[in-house]
Write a protein that binds this ligand. Structure first.
Ligand SMILES: [Cu+2]
Length: 343
């Protein structure tokens, strides 16, 4: 995985250091997040049209690379990758990223619905048959042709200016479905994680199989840190968020605010260093570069040492807010966030 230089991250952190504080509110009316396959056709079209709207809006923040508002989220995801992948804030960061993308759909594209998720356990081992990939009422199917571009559906003509790595070159949304990899999204792998008693055991379990299964199973762009360039990214990470929330809710007194894990990518957790269940060895191309403790201390603002804490500042997830902490996003009904899942 090639990355934009860390100096750019440092410059961006400085640029946003004077942002206004996050607004806190009471959670009274909860947004109802539902599985994609349970939405009506009209609800599906409304979400897809809002995403197409975001893709048509110009970027706001003057970053190098993105050609649309939608692409700005991709750029950031690439730039902050070593702080939020294979680290304790992997789940909190993506919870906030999904929320900020949803707020952009709602506030900038007049989207009236809630953020949907992909119940991936229904399609594990057979992504090609998923209703989520329907060309009429979904995100389109597999890639094909010389470049692997998605062949049908509402996003087949989208040209992104950022990714798939940290580079910026015009490309389509690529996919290459691998059904062994997609089988890592199966319920049996989710259930294994749900048995874990501490966050320290839970998050690597989720990141390794259910999370990686979708990224590798869809293939193409989804394999890289430019993966938010495929709108499926948001349905996937909403599902990961749902699984985390279910785990938290099963024992809230000990789990609601349970956080741990390295706060930057100092070492690769042991489970990520092994050949996966499909016989694929770890690929350095899929990993962000390791960082030194010195760089980690700059990135991991809000932590006293090298461990993720509730005070850890989630940098730049919405491009303007430099105040949100891990502690703010632990409770999805805590006020800063206010939504619930359908089951
Ligand atoms: Cu990510």
């Amino acid at each position: 995985m090639k990355l934009t230089s860390l100096s750019i991250i440092a410059a961006l952190l400085a640029q946003t250091a004077t942002s206004a504080p996050v607004q806190r509110a009471e959670c009274t009316t909860k947004s109802q997040r539902k599985a994609w396959h349970t939405l009506t056709t009209d609800e599906k079209h409304a979400y897809i049209e809002a995403e197409q709207c975001l893709m048509s809006l110009p970027p706001k923040f003057g970053l190098l690379g993105p050609s649309s508002r939608f692409d700005e989220f991709v750029t950031l995801h690439v730039m902050v990758a070593p702080e939020y992948h294979f680290t304790g804030s992997f789940l909190p960061y993506h919870r906030l990223m999904v929320q900020n993308h949803f707020l952009a759909l709602r506030d900038e594209c007049n989207y009236k619905g809630a953020q949907p998720y992909w119940n991936e356990t229904l399609d594990a081992g057979n992504f090609k048959a998923s209703v989520v990939l329907d060309p009429e009422t979904g995100f389109g199917g597999d890639g094909g042709g010389e470049k692997g571009c998605v062949q049908d559906g509402p996003f087949k003509d989208y040209v992104s200016g950022v990714g798939p790595y940290a580079n910026s070159s015009a490309h389509c949304i690529t996919r290459k479905i691998d059904e062994c990899q997609s089988s890592k999204a199966a319920k049996v792998h989710v259930d294994k994680c749900m048995e874990k008693q501490t966050f320290n055991d839970f998050w690597p379990c989720i990141e390794e199989n259910p999370h990686d299964g979708l990224h590798q199973g869809m293939g193409g762009l989804m394999r890289y840190f430019g993966s938010p360039g495929d709108p499926l990214f948001y349905l996937h990470h909403t599902y990961m968020d749902k699984v985390w929330w279910q785990w938290q809710s099963a024992a809230p007194s000990s789990r609601l605010f349970d956080i741990s894990g390295q706060n930057a990518l100092y070492t690769l957790p042991p489970s990520f260093s092994e050949t996966d269940i499909c016989g694929v060895p770890p690929s350095p191309d899929d990993m962000p570069p390791l960082v030194s403790a010195e760089v980690g201390r700059i990135m991991a603002e809000g932590d006293a040492a090298l461990e993720t804490t509730l005070g850890h500042i989630l940098h730049l997830p919405g491009l303007w807010d430099n105040q949100t902490t891990v502690g703010d996003v632990m409770d999805i009904q805590g006020g800063f966030l206010c939504y619930e899942y359908d089951d």
